[in-house]
Ligand binder design. Sequence first.
Ligand code: PGA
Length: 248
Amino acid sequence: MDRETYIIGNWKMFKTSTESVQFIEKIAPLISDSPSHVYLSVPFPSLHSSVIAAKKHHLVIGAQNMHDQTEGAFTGEVSALMLKDVGAKFVLIGHSERRQLFQEDDQLINRKVLQGLKHDLKVVLCIGETLKDRKQNKTKEIIRDQLKKGLNGVPKDITNFIVAYEPVWAIGSGHAATKEIAQDVHAYCREVLSEQFSKNHAKKIPILYGGSVKPENISELMTQEDIDGALVGGASLHVESFEKIINF
Ligand code: PGA
């Protein structure tokens, strides 16, 4: 495969700034030889200290969300410029918890994608179907819709961009998608991406799998043609399990 691989930890609302630094100091020496890019999306208050702790290590720090405007009267929100200024290199957009618990729709997610790209943050666009969608045989329809709407108006030669396919039913459930199910959807994502961009360009876009990735299932997921890495929640909170996933 000519694509590079990525392992991204998503800490969600876990770890104080102090705990984040302790984690980074512990894991950094264990992952220096990993052939994958290793990213950590940390809570906002951990960003600055994590960027400093990760400096000179094989570890890139980013955020889990941001606002869709550059600045303004939006109490409690954080902008792309603020993320950039503290050294964040990437941002997750459209995670299913943002979609479900914070009512983020595809239009808002699209504005955030455009905003992130405009400010040179690498955008990790998260998409995925619910169990209900899957049972109703709507997985591909949902995936197509989320990709098309999320990517509305982005440049044809988009770089600095990653897709994370995370079936909602697999997130935090302990039951990952099988490698066959994941590969099937990843290949479909690439097909949709090649309609939007070009076939050649779509081939270069990394597509990560997320949802109950663990040390026990990472190797087999990574054998699949269109799986270019993983977005890891629960198992990224512990040095032992995250290190095993990174060095799979
Ligand atoms: P999980 O979470 O690995 O705990 O299933 C993945 C995610 O929400 O990104």
